[in-house]
Ligand binder design. Structure first.
Ligand code: SAM
Length: 275
């Protein structure tokens, strides 16, 4: 059986009784960082066989874990912090287990996203969990564009050294007037929630350099189109490229370059114009 076990996001007091029990009888504990999980378990006075399973070895190590599970081993999967499968490769292992009819259960624990959401003071009925916004420029642009279309509270994970860049990008993507809650060091001694408008955050975090891991909870924006889009008449441009003899694909690519929007979306937009 595979056990998805939640571990603390900072406060050792959040290890549950059931988590201790499951660690106690597990044949193997699969984790992202064996040193970090080793420390957690030694603090709990538990000796366990650790197995490295992370983003960069999951393709090779997933099948190894599956064959051990098929032999009848009890395997615990943990994240570096919080719940496995949330912004880590755990869900790939769960998918493999489901394909192979291997039972999966969980011992739930804290999740940084939900801990931040309940402290944010923003709408908790409807929310979108984004996790980390990708770093590569193209994917980043696409995700920022997608975030603009959401109508619910948005939850973002961010490391301290990237926080100012992300604040800049969110402001440029229409969120400058959105209320935001910057939640750091959750459940730890210096837990802090800074609530301000996104446009004020740049100055705040320039004066107070960000420390610790962050969760940003963000009000949706009412600006659903980018300033670039407002300046560009997409339909007129698409018709111009088509009239010049460009194919649908070429037109979509040119529009994507001009507007920063996704090629896929503009391809179907152009196809619709031709109907
Ligand atoms: N699996 C985890 C969960 O259940 O939330 C998330 C793992 S993800 C790799 C790590 C990110 O979670 C950090 O970069 C930060 O954004 C957020 N995080 C984790 N612990 C936190 C804490 N104590 N305070 C604020 N954010 C935290």
């Amino acid at each position: 059986m595979l056990y998805l076990v939640g571990t603390p996001i900072g406060n050792m007091g959040d290890v549950s009784e059931r988590a201790r029990e499951v660690f106690g009888f597990a044949d193997l504990v699969a984790c992202e960082d064996t040193r970090r999980t080793g420390l957690l378990l030694s603090n709990l006075g538990i000796k366990a066989n650790l197995f490295s399973y992370h983003e960069h070895n999951k393709a090779a190590k997933g099948p190894v874990l599956i064959s051990k599970l098929k032999e009848g081993q009890n395997i615990v999967l943990v994240s570096d912090a919080g719940m496995p499968c949330i912004s880590d490769p755990g869900s790939d292992l769960v998918k493999l287990c489901i394909e192979e009819d291997i039972p999966v259960t969980t011992v739930p624990g804290p999740v940084a996203a939900i801990t931040a959401l309940v402290l944010s003071g923003l709408d908790t009925r409807y929310y979108h969990f984004e996790g980390f916004i990708p770093v590569p420029a193209k994917e980043r642009k696409e995700r920022l564009e997608a975030l603009r279309s959401y109508n619910e509270t948005i939850i973002i994970y961010e490391a301290p050294h990237r926080l100012l860049k992300t604040i800049d990008d969110l402001c440029a993507s229409g969120f400058s007037k959105s209320k935001a809650a910057f939640c750091r060091e959750l459940t730890k001694k210096y837990e802090q929630v800074v609530r301000l408008e996104m446009s004020e955050a740049k100055e705040y975090f320039t004066d107070t350099p960000p420390k610790g891991e962050f969760v940003i909870c963000l009000e949706p924006t009412s600006e659903k189109t980018s300033s670039e889009d407002q300046d560009i008449d997409i339909e007129a441009m698409a018709r111009k490229f088509l009239d010049e003899g460009c194919s649908t694909k070429e037109t979509a690519a040119k529009l994507a370059k001009l507007t920063g929007r996704s090629k896929k979306e503009l391809y179907s937009y152009t196809l619709n114009l031709l109907k």
